[in-house]
Design a protein around this ligand. Structure first.
Ligand SMILES: [Zn+2]
Length: 212
């Protein structure tokens, strides 16, 4: 079982880089498992990853395996601690999410799909040095009632109920960041009303779920 999840983690990491979301080894991915989570190792090229390179950790940061975990393991652990519904966490430095994040800008409701992250906007977490407990605190705050946030001067973090959904969410948020960046370059964004976003969020309650 753990072997299957380790392989799924590698496959999703490869798909993340192939999608253009991430360059090199700057991103990291994890998946909840029994008594902890599995996470990509620090600074290793995804292309050569073997299942034994994936690191097992508990939520206190104890590791098992031969590799060092991603330097961002702290906020992965914090998300699993604070959000029971999180089974997969993805972190990357996509170009357009990072562009907005470097301006300390979140993504307002300029497009109804902003609701995909769970609310009326996608926040930008305050800046703190990578790998620090302070950064975990800021990410958890920005993710309040959300599944995705930008991170100031850094990138994107999101979580979902499984790895494929986490990747799909990250791709959607990067698309929104791309369109929003273009809007800021040529004009001013028009923001949907709270009432409209509430309607969209209601509809998203059943979005993508087929009736059986
Ligand atoms: Zn990072």
């Amino acid at each position: 079982m753990m072997e299957v999840l380790r392989q799924q983690l590698i496959d999703t990491a490869l798909a993340m880089n192939a999608s253009g979301l991430n360059q090199g080894t700057s991103g990291n991915l994890s998946a909840r498992c029994e008594n902890g989570f599995l996470i990509t190792p620090s600074g290793m090229d995804y292309a050569g990853l073997l299942t034994r390179d994936i690191v097992w950790m508990d939520l206190d940061g104890n590791t098992r395996g031969t590799r060092k975990p991603s330097s961002e393991w702290r906020f992965h652990a914090a998300i699993y601690q604070h959000r029971a519904e999180a089974n997969a966490v993805l972190h990357a430095h996509p170009v357009n999410c990072s562009t907005l994040a470097c301006l300390n800008k979140g993504i307002p409701a300029f497009h109804y799909m902003v609701a995909v992250a769970g609310g009326k906007d996608i926040r930008c977490a305050d800046y703190a040095t990578f790998g620090t407990p302070e950064l975990s605190e800021f990410v958890i705050r920005a993710l309040h009632e959300r599944k995705a946030c930008l991170m100031a001067h850094h990138g994107l973090t999101c979580f979902e109920s499984d790895l494929p959904r986490a990747l799909a969410l990250a791709i959607e948020v990067e698309h929104l960041a791309t369109v929003y960046s273009q809007i800021l370059a040529i004009g001013e964004a028009e923001i949907l009303t709270d009432g409209e976003m509430e309607r969209v969020l209601m509809k998203f309650g059943s979005y993508g779920k087929q009736d059986i």
